[in-house]
Design a protein around this ligand. Structure first.
Ligand code: PEP
Ligand code: MG
Length: 589
């Protein structure tokens, strides 16, 4: 039966496909598609590990001391029974053979299915057997870890999987688009999925500017977050429509609904084709004001997409993505240098703004998703971004040296996140000098960099003169500026309705920052999600902004707004919006 689940629209477009449920507790399990020729091998991996676990438990049982409580032996019996359950292995075989999931993914998928069946059982004793099943699956996974097969990028293995919507409706077999449904996905895992062919994403938790949502947007595929109990209501392999414009998931749609969304999907594609024609058009307002449209990237390879849509540089390289999901082993100086250099070369002579690492809050180093990571109760207010860097000078110096070295290959701006205190600014400047000295001492060449600070804490926006004394340019991180001004956790869907980019206090801080930079002749960019929201373009232009940085996927839609705008007329209107009690109502009209 068709039903819908509502959430927050974070990445536009419509995706229609079969649900792949990924439990966040299983986020450490790799997910990739195997090549069809590897099916037998992959099934054998699970079988071998299962048999090894059966041997292990049988031995355990045989070696039990005579006086061991009978419950232990009974428990081991249950484990053996679960291991030999045909439902487990037949299911695993199905996911590997028919869907080309890798062994670990197939096993955890089948675990989720059986676990749900346990959840639905009336009998409490049977319901509790879910925990035993989990232990058994853990054991098999641990065994497989020892004999893991090399990872094959999903994009490559699934290259033949793309099909037109028409085919999808006619052919309900192997080659159908897949949509990912999870309780939560960490930004690092999301990045891994960037290589895959998922047609859309949906998560139970998350806000519009949570980093998981940001990565989904950078992939330019439909996504809905904050859909509360989606991962409970949707079952493995259900047909799901993800409406990334309205923030709705439609499960098990009827043929009429499918046809309607198929139509909407085609309309969206046509709109994109129309926008594509603007690729080479210069970003000028109707009255001839030039506007700089820059790209936000997470990985050096993202420069490809940035150049393709005509970005005139990178306005924000979120380098923390190089640091995440590495089990604490951080990238060394050379690895970082090569990554920065690759981004610089990718931009073919255009400037690249490299932000120093912004780890913490909803971007943990490893897969600890959740509020209480590392025991910190409130990580958004804790050791994050520049605070994290200053707490570990050798780590920070390594990154600074890598950026300075990369700067000898092109125009580089070095951007520092989340500064609030004069002491932090001075410490940062001191460390930049020290990094240069270290390179001098070793005779290693490096290039000049323009220094910039992010304005993302109200304290910074209220002490602009201090910042401009030290920095060449400022970049307004509206995602955090909103979070910290309104005391709203940007990744918490329960307060998402209060996360308001148009709050007069937020607009005032943005307006003052732009105005002060203009007065002092310093550069200013907005690099938060607001810059890529076409409904905010006119207002930002009216406030005097001429430099926007956003996901490459947003650039053309924003450019369209710029081409239609008369900047000279927007100044007075923006002043009215700033004074209004309800700015959103003026912006939408
Ligand atoms: C911001 O806060 O607006 C920003 C661009 O930084 P991030 O989203 O990475 O925190
Ligand atoms: Mg930020």
């Amino acid at each position: 039966m068709t039903f819908s689940v509502h959430g927050l629209a974070v990445s536009r477009g419509i995706a229609i496909g079969r649900a792949v449920l990924v439990a966040s507790s299983r986020a450490d399990v790799t997910h990739y598609f195997i090549d069809a020729s590897k099916t037998t091998e992959e099934i054998a991996r699970v079988r071998l590990s299962r048999n090894a676990v059966i041997d292990e438990i049988t031995r355990l049982q045989q070696d039990l001391p005579k006086d061991a409580p009978p419950e232990i032996s009974a428990l081991l019996d249950v484990h053996l029974m679960l291991l030999q359950d045909e439902l487990l292995i037949t299911g695993v075989k199905h996911w590997i053979t028919d869907r080309h999931y890798n062994a670990e993914w197939a096993l955890t998928t089948q675990y989720e299915i059986i676990a749900r069946q346990f959840d639905d059982m009336e009998d409490e004793y049977l319901r509790e057997r879910k925990a035993d099943l989990e232990q058994v699956v853990e054991r098999i996974l641990r065994h497989m870890k020892g004999a893991a097969s090399p990872m094959l990028p999903a994009a490559q293995a699934g290259a033949s999987r793309k099909q037109s919507q028409q085919d999808l409706l006619l052919d309900d077999t192997l080659d159908v688009p897949l949509v990912l449904v999870a309780h939560d996905i960490s930004p690092a895992d999301m990045l891994q999925f960037k290589q895959s062919l998922f047609a859309g994403f949906a998560t139970d938790v998350g806000g519009k500017t949570s980093h998981t949502a940001i990565v989904a947007r950078s992939m330019d595929i439909p996504a809905v977050v904050g859909a509360r109990s989606a991962s409970q209501l949707i079952k493995q392999d259900d047909w799901v429509i993800i409406d990334g414009d309205a923030g709705v998931l439609i499960v098990d749609p009827s043929p009429i609904i499918l046809a309607e969304y198929g139509f909407k999907q085609r309309q969206g594609e046509l709109e994109r084709e129309r926008l594509n024609r603007l690729k080479h058009t210069p970003a000028l307002t109707m009255d001839g004001q030039r506007v700089e449209l820059l790209a936000n990237i997470e990985m050096p390879e993202d420069t490809l997409g940035a150049v393709k849509v005509g970005a005139v540089g990178v306005g924000l390289f979120r380098t923390e993505f190089l640091f995440m999901g590495r089990k604490g082993k951080l990238p060394d100086e050379n690895e970082q240098y090569l990554a920065y250099r690759k981004a610089i070369e990718g931009m073919q002579g255009l400037p690249v703004t490299i932000r120093t690492v912004d780890i913490g809050s909803d971007k943990p180093l490893d897969r600890l998703v959740g509020k209480a990571q590392d025991g910190h109760l409130n990580p958004a207010l804790g050791l994050r971004a520049i605070r994290w860097s200053l707490a570990d000078p050798p780590m920070f110096l390594t990154q600074l040296r890598a950026i300075l070295r990369a700067a000898s290959h092109g125009q580089v701006n070095l951007l520092v996140p989340m500064l609030a205190h004069a002491s932090e600014i001075r410490q940062t400047m001191g460390l930049i000098d020290q990094a240069r000295m270290q390179l001098d001492n070793k005779g290693i060449p490096y290039g000049p960099v323009r220094l910039g600070a992010m304005i993302e804490i109200p304290a910074a926006a209220l002490t602009l003169k201090l910042f401009l004394r030290y920095f060449d340019f400022l970049s307004i991180g509206t995602n955090d500026l909103i979070q910290y001004t309104l005391a709203i956790d940007r990744s918490d869907e329960s307060v998402a309705h209060l996360y308001d980019p148009c709050h007069p206090a937020v607009l005032r801080l943005i307006a003052d920052t732009i105005a002060e930079c203009q007065r002092q002749g310093k550069g200013v960019t907005v690099c938060g999600e607001m810059a890529g929201d076409p409904s905010m373009t006119r207002l930002l232009l009216g406030l005097g902004l001429r430099s926007f940085s956003m996901h490459p996927s947003q650039i053309l839609a924003v450019k369209q707004q710029i081409l239609r705008a008369d900047a000279s007329k927007l100044t007075a209107w923006a002043a009215q919006v700033l004074d209004s009690e309800d700015p959103a109502s003026l912006i939408q009209n």
